[in-house]
Design a protein around this ligand. Structure first.
Ligand code: PMP
Length: 407
């Protein structure tokens, strides 16, 4: 027999950097909402690569779009125009309702793009002295892993030993308008915020908070920058999470699912008045907006629209939520909370009664993929193509794992 799971785990452990602690499942292949390991065991993917696989794994239309483009050209850089980028940007702008989009690759790069844009807007448009612009960010934020971004993380674990960090960021408490007012100064150019805090444990803001924030930003000439790298493109049951709040941000950051689960594709979107602070030479990326990425991302947007994936998330999300709440009711004090929006749900485990990591590992042993965050929250973010039947199978297994060992 050839190499097995143990061998691949050993190879990564031997040669990989120690920056991850993966669940011990060695994935060989995947299709839609199912994943198989190298021994051929089947899993229901309730994790979707941290919301990057919203279309389901290897969606046939996306694979076909990639194959078509691979018969033509993949990468030329932005030194030239292409015949896939323009159509992709036009579609993206029309769906999101912004005038312009700047394509990048990863979520963190798009966040860096937003930071540059906001600071220059503060300088050029708002008249903040160059080098003095400040951006307000939430405690518990997660916007990526570059040094600028971890520099304003409130997580000691992400920061320890990596300083010095870039100045120009001030913290407020997520969902608390008074703390935003307290953190603001005349040099505040932007509020950078997730509509739902993902890595912090799927934290949904209090009703009305974003409306107040929107008003405050408008009154104070501060850009509201909405990081929907994880929340965007249907995950919450609307195209964009800001729609639940009845607001429109000044700029939007997308990533993850934008690449259709095939490629890294991200984007920063804004209207002319904001985006025009960039001029030729002020920003870019060799791979950002490459022909292959743009072809796949364009097809990905069409698939979300034509297969009604947003509506599916709006229907399946509440169903998954109800089923998990039933488990919570049966589980007693082990589960403190079940929260989220659409197909993005966190199950909060009381550490006095059990370990989220241990539950995630036991779920994997029984054929369900999930992931813990912050040691106490189990996260479910399946592809938006998930069916009722697969949700039932996954939640039945979850129930068995949670209730195991109880009288
Ligand atoms: N913003 C948010 C809200 C995220 O959840 C993430 C990733 N979890 C990022 C940015 C960073 O994206 P990437 O890992 O592609 O850099």
């Amino acid at each position: 027999a050839g190499p097995g799971s143990r061998d691949y785990v050993a190879l990564e452990a031997r040669y990989g950097a120690r920056n991850y602690h993966p669940v011990p499942v060695v994935v060989d292949r995947a299709l839609d909402c199912l994943v198989w390991d190298v021994e051929g065991r089947e899993y229901i993917d309730m994790m979707g690569a941290y919301s990057a696989v919203s279309h389901g794994h290897l969606h046939p239309r996306l694979v076909a779009a990639a194959q078509r483009q691979l018969g033509k050209v993949a990468v030329t850089s932005r030194a030239y125009y292409g015949n896939t980028l323009g159509p992709f940007l036009a579609k993206l702008c029309s769906i999101a309702g912004f005038q312009r989009a700047l394509p990048m690759n990863t979520g963190a790069e798009a966040v860096e793009t937003a930071i540059k844009c906001a600071r220059r807007w503060g300088y050029r448009v708002k008249g903040i002295p160059d080098g003095q612009a400040e951006i307000l960010v939430a405690r518990g934020n997660f916007h990526g892993r570059t040094n600028t971004i971890i520099g304003f993380s409130s997580e000691p674990e992400y920061r320890a030993g990596f300083g010095p960090f870039a100045p120009g960021f001030r913290h407020f408490d997520f969902g608390d308008m008074a703390s935003i007012e307290a953190a603001a100064t005349p040099n505040t150019c932007a509020v950078l915020i997730e509509p739902i805090q993902g890595e912090a444990g799927v934290i949904v803001p209090p009703a009305g908070f974003f409306r107040e924030l929107r008003d405050w930003c408008t009154r104070n000439r501060v850009l509201l920058i909405d990081d929907e790298v994880q929340a965007g493109l249907g995950r919450t049951g609307r195209w964009f999470a800001f729609e639940h709040e009845g607001i429109r941000p000044d700029a939007l950051i997308l990533g993850k699912a934008l690449g259709g689960g095939l490629l890294p594709v991200s984007a920063f979107l804004a209207d002319d008045a904001v985006m025009d602070v960039f001029n030729p030479g002020s920003h870019g990326s060799t791979f950002g907006g490459n022909a292959l990425a743009a072809a796949v991302a364009l097809e990905g947007l069409r698939v979300i629209e034509e297969e009604r994936l947003v509506e599916r998330a709006a229907e399946m999300g509440p169903y998954l939520m109800r089923r998990l709440q039933d488990v919570q009711a049966a589980a007693g004090p082990l589960i403190r909370d079940v929260r989220g929006r659409g197909l993005w749900i966190g199950v909060d485990i009381d550490p006095a009664h059990g370990s989220a990591r241990r539950l995630v590992e036991r779920l994997a042993e029984r054929g369900v993929l999930s992931k813990e965050t912050h040691e106490t929250v189990i996260r479910f973010a399946p592809p938006l193509t998930i069916t009722r039947e697969l949700i039932d199978r996954a939640v039945d297994i979850f129930r068995g794992v949670v209730l195991q060992g109880r009288p």
